[in-house]
Design a binder for this molecule. Structure first.
Ligand SMILES: Cc1cc2nc3c(=O)[nH]c(=O)nc-3n(C[C@H](O)[C@H](O)[C@H](O)COP(=O)(O)OP(=O)(O)OC[C@H]3O[C@@H](n4cnc5c(N)ncnc54)[C@H](O)[C@@H]3O)c2cc1C
Length: 352
């Protein structure tokens, strides 16, 4: 006799974790299968969310819809897991050129303006930052301590006997008419949340990923608390305060050498950009790398396999897993459970 459940989720990165909590809330029975060593992206991520695209100073895709979901989902998860991992912060944008100031003020009066401060600072933290062109702030931004969110979710899933810590073996899947079987389990569907490893999934390896490796360093300043905890600094790289003089600095973008190895090249690039902002000495205390599941058209991928509707996918969160996951996990659950239509821009059907 097989154990009957509604859904098997493969992967407990940001996608699988947010989806698992969303399915549990919808009263579905689940089993998660994850070997955390197979992909580092969700664990090394800085977890920043930002409603503004700095390059053109426009709203990030669907920012108005996604931002309200963040509070709802992550604050709810903090309560459930009794852990603080969701932090609201202002992103301080240091201007690189003089005309950026005028452009910012012009944009602050347009639609994106609700996320932009109208105040321009001339000497923000000038004792420690190289900041001759002034700065302003993005409002309604912040970060998720992804490692803490995943670890506390992991402990919760283990305590409820919902998580198997092992590699999923695709060869062991059986697909009869109307359900799916895997080892001792029978489920309505398997939902693959494998991040970049979707590229070696036998059913979903045709999806048009354009993977991006990223490296990130952690630094320590000699004097703690130089940058207030409620801020993130951005100019070429971001500086995210973690407390007690420790900061994450990232990230690099690499499209060719797709592995999770840290490199001297990545580290030097980050250090050199950091030295253009920071006046004070720092020491690098950690260095990590991961592969972002980025897609050609930069949209998430949700939905069912075209030939085997018992197999589903939740992936393509790219550079924005923290901001995209809560809204789109909700969409996917409503699609699976109530038959609600998926938005054409994210449905897997856009590739068929
Ligand atoms: C350096 C860096 C910085 C980043 N910064 C940010 C940021 O500031 N903000 C932001 O929103 N995003 C950021 N990202 C992007 C973010 O990491 C991704 O959007 C997100 O992690 C994608 O999550 P995922 O769950 O889809 O994939 P993954 O994180 O890859 O998770 C997949 C999980 O599935 C497991 N798995 C895969 N295959 C199997 C199998 N066969 N059996 C068992 N387990 C399996 C993996 O081990 C892993 O646990 C960053 C990424 C990098 C690399």
């Amino acid at each position: 006799m097989k154990v009957k459940i509604d859904y098997i989720i493969v992967g407990q990165g940001i996608a699988g974790t947010v989806l698992a909590h969303t399915l549990i809330k919808a009263d579905c029975s689940i089993l998660i299968i994850d070997n955390p060593l197979l992909s580092q992206a969700s664990r090394v991520a800085a977890g920043l969310y930002n409603p503004v695209v700095f390059k053109r100073l426009v709203k990030s895709w669907m920012a108005d819809e996604l931002i309200p979901y963040l509070d709802r989902f992550y604050l709810g998860s903090e309560k459930l897991l009794n852990t603080k991992f969701y932090h609201k912060k202002k992103i301080v944008k240091l201007f690189a050129e003089d005309n950026e100031k005028e452009f910012w003020l012009k944009k602050a009066n347009e639609e994106v303006g609700k996320y932009l401060s109208k105040d321009i600072g001339d000497d923000f933290l000038s004792e420690i930052l190289i900041n001759p062109m002034g700065s302003s702030e993005v409002l309604e931004a912040g970060n998720l301590d992804t490692r803490l969110f995943l670890n506390s979710s992991h402990d919760y899933f283990i305590s409820k006997e919902l998580l198997l810590e092992e590699e999923f073996d695709h060869d062991k899947v059986q697909i009869p008419e109307d359900h799916v079987e895997y080892k001792g389990y029978q489920a309505k569907k398997i939902i693959f949340c494998e991040g970049f490893r979707s590229t070696i999934n036998p059913w979903f390896n045709w999806l048009p990923f354009k993977l991006t490796k990223g490296e990130i360093i952690t630094i320590k300043l000699k004097e703690p608390d130089l940058i207030p905890d409620e801020m993130v600094i951005n100019k070429g790289v971001f500086i995210l305060p973690l407390g007690e003089g420790v900061y994450k600095v990232g990230s690099t973008y690499e499209w060719n050498e797709l592995n999770e190895e840290i490199t001297e090249k990545g580290k030097s690039e980050l250090i050199s950009k950091l030295k253009k902002i920071l006046k004070v000495d720092f020491e690098v205390i950690n260095h990590e790398a991961g592969i972002r599941p980025t897609v050609n058209d930069r949209r998430p991928i949700l939905g069912l396999h075209p030939a085997h509707p018992q197999l589903a996918v939740f992936n393509g969160l790219g550079t924005k897993g923290v901001m995209l996951a809560p809204y789109f996990a909700d969409q996917l659950v409503k699609f699976l459970e109530n038959g609600d239509a998926l938005n054409n821009e994210v449905s897997i059907t856009r590739f068929q």
